[in-house]
Design a protein around this ligand. Structure first.
Ligand code: PGA
Length: 249
């Protein structure tokens, strides 16, 4: 059975002390054994948060990593560095990285390889902008994002991934995909995985929904057969709200 996952993406929020306090609160409040809870913290926080988290249900994630293994790349943080902190996950291909930092499929393929090489789990994001949704071509757009990146992986590597579908028009906007919209595209993604790698593989991959998912709408979104959890931005910054999402199954 595929895993249920609720991953927080703190983005560029919280100073170190606030981040440790938030991680501690989540660590203490979470009481589930059937949901994988992930805290996507800023790089600076990862080591301390990894030390703070003792709850076996909770793991730590980076939000990005360098596209090169090491060397003269000022300001970059490598996958190997992230792995050495005790973090287990790396969010890759978030729309904010693609849009503001020019992350292309080519760059993401380099990052994916390094993350997997360092035995970290990628939480790989895909999703369409508003104009694509309005044109009704979101399925083709998202499948192309997958074909250019994770669909080029060998099946044994692909099986290690978690996917996150995030409609860009719903991120941080308070707009959420309707439950039908979420189910439709999650099913489309799963069918494309089945066509590429086989139904068994598709059935085991967790596909998370992201985009203004919160304590109020999580239950309805997570009730969809092809929605296996959420990638949560704003609502992951308060432990109680985050926990309400985690307990929404
Ligand atoms: P949001 O962000 O929940 O604040 O919309 C989701 C994300 O970008 O991962």
């Amino acid at each position: 059975m595929r895993k249920k996952v609720v991953a927080g993406n703190w983005k560029c929020n919280t100073n170190l002390q606030e981040g440790i306090a938030l991680a501690k609160e989540v660590n203490d409040i979470v009481s589930v054994d059937d949901v994988v809870v992930v805290l996507g913290t800023p790089f600076v926080h990862i080591t301390e948060v990894a030390k703070t988290v003792t709850n076996p249900a909770v793991s730590v994630s980076a939000q990005n990593c360098a596209a090169e293994p090491k060397g003269a790349f000022t300001g970059e943080v490598s996958a190997e560095m992230i792995a050495s902190t005790g973090a287990k996950y790396v969010i890759l291909g978030h729309s904010e990285r693609r849009e503001y930092y020019g992350e292309t499929s080519e760059i993401l393929n380099k990052k994916l390889a390094l993350v997997l090489e360092n035995k970290l789990t990628p939480i790989y994001c895909c999703g369409e902008p508003l104009e694509i949704r309005e044109a009704g071509t979101q399925n083709e757009y998202v499948i192309k994002q997958l074909q250019e990146t994770i669909f080029t992986l060998p099946v044994e590597e692909f099986k290690k991934l978690i996917l996150a579908y995030e409609p860009i028009w719903a991120i941080g906007t308070g707009k959420t995909a309707t439950t039908e919209q979420a189910q439709e595209i999650h099913k489309t993604i799963r069918d494309a995985i089945a066509a590429k790698f086989g139904q068994d593989v598709a059935d085991e991959i967790s596909i998370l929904y992201g985009g203004s998912c919160n304590a109020k709408n999580a239950k309805e979104l997570f009730a969809n057969p092809d929605v296996d959890g959420g990638l949560i931005g704003g609502a992951s910054l308060k432990a109680e709200d985050f926990n309400a999402i985690i307990t929404s199954y």
